[in-house]
Write a protein of this length. Structure first.
Length: 102
């Protein structure tokens, strides 16, 4: 049998960006950094970060893209900040968040 080569991806991290703002190392500085992430990608990060479950009621919302940093914001603060640039509403019940059109 041929030897299987592991799937590996190596990317250079820019040196001119402060370490605390790099996506790869931001968690060490208690920061959630997102750079052009789709709402779906960002929601997955937010689920881990805030220990919540996020449900999209409209697939159109998945297409929004965001760039930014959260550090000390609550989940409500974070969603309210995202709402400044994207049109959506949300409801929060315990650890479950539903995102839907306005």
């Amino acid at each position: 049998l041929p030897e299987r080569t592991p799937d590996i991806s190596i990317t250079l991290i820019p040196k001119n960006v402060p370490d605390s703002e790099k996506v790869e190392t931001s968690w060490m500085y208690n920061k959630l950094v997102f750079d052009g992430d789709s709402f779906g990608e960002l929601a997955a990060k937010m689920e881990r970060w805030y220990n919540v479950r996020i449900i999209f009621k409209n697939e159109r919302l998945l297409k929004y893209r965001f760039k930014g940093v959260f550090s000390n914001e609550t989940i409500q603060d974070a969603l309210d900040a995202l709402r400044l640039t994207a049109r959506f509403n949300y409801s929060l019940k315990e650890n479950e968040i539903e995102l839907y059109d306005e």
